[in-house]
Design a protein around this ligand. Sequence first.
Ligand code: C2O
Ligand code: CU
Length: 523
Amino acid sequence: MTDSTEPSTGRSDKGAHRKAGQAKGEHTKTSKGRGGKGLHRRKFLGGMAGAAGLAAVAAAGTTFSLLTDAKGNKAGAATNSATLTIPDLLEGTTSDTTTTFTLEAKTGTSEVVSGVTSSTMGYNQSFLGPTMKWTKGNTALLNITNSLGADTTVHFHGAHVPAKMDGGPQVAFADGETWSPTFEVKDEAKTLWYHPHALGTTAEQAVHGLAGMIIVEDDSDASAALPSDYGVDDIPIILQCLASDTAGDVKYDLTGYLGSGLVYPVLCNGTNVDDTTLTFEATKTRTRFRILNASPSDIITVQRSDGGTMTQIASDQGYLASAADVTSIRLVAGARAEMVMDLSADVTLQAVITTGWVRGGSGTYDFLAVTASGTDTPDDLPSTLNTIDRYDTSDFTARTITLGQNGTTMLINGSAGTSMSSMAMISTTLGSKEIWTVTNSTQLEHSFHVHDVPFQLISINGVDPTGVELGWYDTYEVVGGGTIEIAMEFTDFADDTYMYMLHCHLLQHEDEGMMASLMVTES
Ligand code: C2O
Ligand code: CU
């Protein structure tokens, strides 16, 4: 299947992008999804522009009446170059089948806006963190020390681990303490990430740099056939669009985002690409890219500057059934995808930024120039990468999840999850199979994320999924007024004390209450 989603900002010139980005309150209406659902969505949203839609906009108050003033858009412009930074691979120590990793969450400084020093945070370094490799079937043990001067947690986004080891708000640990979760790696090959998850401070800590990638390896035929030499032909790409004032103060909440004179720097692996195109020399013909949108709220669409195709091999939760040629990969906040390219000529990758929140970035950035210098001839990709048995949901338990808002308080099923006691609790039992109708009753964009187990998309705004939408996900876009149906099966882990979370991955919405708990108990 070909996914031919054209991002709303396209590949036109700078002026056009600016206008698109500055349209008042338009960000929810220009939202387009993965796959071919854009037309449907425009129609759908057109239908919402009546009383209900306007009431929702009015309820949001001033947040909708502000212009975005993103500076960035340098596609096609002459730029500087610098070499792509590959995050360090965190060497664990392995004895028997247990690998022990050591992380320290700490503060530092980094250049988030070019030429300006910002106060930042990182794991083992001053901004972002090293990449961890976990091996399916082995045990991971992490010793994570908090040197932030504030409580934190470390959540393993997308990992299927016990609730107590998942790093949700219940396992927050204080400055000076070390948290040591351990678990068997049950996930198959996929790209995960780790970031903080304490109540009310997730956005603040993540935007300051607390984020890193996790690569899960397995012994599947697909893994054996795909590039896997880290930093050589298996390349992590962590994209972030942040908000900062010109003095380098990185913003994370509504008050901060409503400040004047903000810039919206775009970073790739921690390097600002506003005026710089990073370079990477591909010494192998086939190169694999693992792309993470670690932005707090903005949507990032990756495409080639020449409009060519990329071969998508994985969604959030591992390999697709078969590789899919796509011209763009749209990632909402928190989402990942993997793709390979067989490079016979140089390729420039672009990030198209779309505001996901009240304000944010916009424009098209040439973030990576890949030089093709491989001379080898790769084997054909396997015709099948994964076996994905699509759920027959006829006997699944149905549940409704409503994403709502009351002014600037964000709600799930009517409750604001700003404290463990105030949030809605979804209770289920081990072995349950469920189909959730996730309805966005606001006009805002949301990025719906569930911990613990992957889900399949059953429908997207009433339309059957196709192409890459038939893969496994843990984070998916729910446009203003839209609805997705997702199905999952609660396997392996039950606990009557520790909970998983489900929430919007626009981190500000999460902090403003769009989070509920998910308790999976023994049946
Ligand atoms: Cu990436 Cu509950 O989070
Ligand atoms: Cu949201």
